[in-house]
Design a protein around this ligand. Structure first.
Ligand code: BES
Ligand code: MN
Ligand code: MN
Length: 455
């Protein structure tokens, strides 16, 4: 039986198995879901065993478990290490979903559920592609699986696992489907990921919430101060104002910028999809550059004072914000976190005190387009889609990828089949069933070309 025949014959079951995984609310950030997250890990392990993997293990960590499994067919063949994640982002705000996030529904050929694209749908394509290669006797490389449950919370325990398991994880390349394509008609490969520095700040004013009439006008309001401080972190050209922020940014040549901007992109469509009247960003750069090759600073959340029903006249004692910065080569997460902290403290007026805390971070990443992994992935996509893929830069982050390179000496190939419009981290996350099958069909081509190119 050919791979295509096997996939066609087992289509329905492949999809139903994915729907089962999507029903498990494996939200890594929420401890009340710890049992679900554990259950999801065990379900993935079971699916790997059924697909034909050996030595499958649910490895306990200080957080959520990591699933390991492997199939070594021939010591002379190259080894592909597949990385993915079974954890998902919280689903709230729930009221904005058209159907419950953990009760997947299929509408217009798309699966709607939290994790449908990020990353259960994409991770599971690898399990089913592996099964297909096993059942058709076409597994062209050795394979190792490492599926984690803490990607959405910073992969801290995976980092430790990697350091402790370098021998077990020995491989020739890491293959990951956790990024997006431009569209199914315009296949692309993300050759870059941005890094991340994530900060939380607190502005403290009076020692308690005050009556805003009795004290208002005579005491600095931490919410106002915080708003001013945040607003001042972009100048009139939307450059970030933190001193030294851009010092290490790798500047692309005009030719590289031209290549990047040659990728099909429709600003009008972008705006109408998001319901915005006008795009925004750093002066002198296109939208693709703003998300691909430039660092940014964004407020992820702000809170202070009374936000319940009705009106309460109060001058809040404190104000808070979560602020993240996306980084590009050669910025360093720790350096940027330090620059932020120094700047935020320096600009605080004497009327308040401020606290700054750094959350998890991660380094930016680049895959060279002249490397064997890229060439094998490009050939696989060309075979699967009938078109050469365009190299693009993804705006998101997968912080563990830089650690893989540092600790294992391995390049990661980001062969993603999602779309930016799949509502990752948003309400009504979706994944096209067509993309799911296309991925299962295309992944074995990567194994074949990667083995050939390494021979
Ligand atoms: N799969 C995404 C990353 C991604 C999405 C990269 C689309 C490129 C295109 C991943 O699950 C993710 O959401 N990462 C987080 C980082 C993490 C530390 C929370 C992110 O980018 O915010
Ligand atoms: Mn992901
Ligand atoms: Mn994600």
């Amino acid at each position: 039986m050919t791979q295509a025949e096997y996939i066609t014959e087992n289509k329905e079951r492949f999809l139903n198995e994915l729907l089962e995984l999507l029903r498990i609310p494996s939200i890594s950030a929420r401890s009340e879901n710890n049992n679900d997250t554990q259950r999801c890990a065990e379900a993935v392990a079971q699916k790997l065993r059924e697909a034909g993997a050996d030595k499958v293990e649910v490895c306990a960590t200080d957080g959520h478990p990591i699933i390991y499994g492997e199939k070594i067919v021939n010591a002379l063949l190259p080894t592909v290490l597949v990385y993915g994640h079974y954890d998902v982002q919280p689903a709230d705000p729930l009221e904005l979903w058209n159907s419950p996030p953990f009760e997947p529904v299929i509408k217009d050929g798309k699966i709607y559920a939290r994790g449908a694209c990020d990353d259960k749908g994409q991770m599971y394509m690898h399990v089913k592609a592996f099964e297909t290669m096993m059942q058709t006797n076409t597994l062209a490389c050795n394979v190792k699986f490492m599926i984690e449950g803490e990607e959405e919370v910073g992969s801290v325990n995976l980092g430790k696992f990697v350091v402790a398991n370098t021998a077990r994880l020995k491989a020739d390349v890491i293959l990951i489907s956790d990024t997006s394509m431009i569209s199914m008609d315009t296949p692309s490969i993300d050759v870059g990921l941005r890094g991340l520095a994530y900060m939380e700040v607190e502005v403290v004013g009076p020692n308690r919430d005050l009556h805003s009439g009795v004290y208002g006008g005579a005491v600095a309001n931490p919410a106002t101060i915080l708003a001013k401080m945040i607003a001042s972190m972009h100048d009139e050209n939307n450059h970030v104002t933190i001193p030294g922020f851009y010092d290490d940014v790798n500047i692309l040549s005009e030719a590289e910028r031209k290549d990047l901007n040659d990728a099909p992109f429709d600003q009008k469509e972008f705006n109408s999809d998001l319901g915005i009247k006008l795009e925004w960003g750093e002066e002198g750069y296109s939208t693709l550059e703003r998300t691909g090759i430039r660092p940014t600073l964004e407020v992820n959340g702000m809170w202070s004072g009374y936000i319940g029903e009705g009106a309460k006249t109060v001058l809040p004692g404190k104000a808070f914000a979560k602020i993240s910065m996306r980084l590009v080569p050669n910025q360093k997460s720790e350096t940027i976190a330090q620059l932020f902290e120094t700047h935020f403290k320096n600009m605080a007026p004497a009327t308040v005190t401020v606290k700054v805390h750094a959350h998890h971070g991660g380094e930016p990443y680049l895959t060279p387009t002249d490397s064997i992994p890229y060439l094998a992935a490009a050939a696989a996509i060309e075979k699967g889609f009938g078109k050469k893929p365009i190299p693009t830069r993804g705006g998101g982050s997968i912080p563990i990828v830089a650690l893989f390179e540092r600790e294992l000496g391995l390049k990661s190939m980001l062969m993603g089949f999602g779309l930016d419009s799949d509502n990752l981290h948003s309400p009504n996350e979706k994944y096209d069933i067509y993309n799911f099958y296309k991925g299962i069909e295309t992944i074995p081509h990567f194994y074949k070309y990667f083995a050939e190119m390494n021979a």
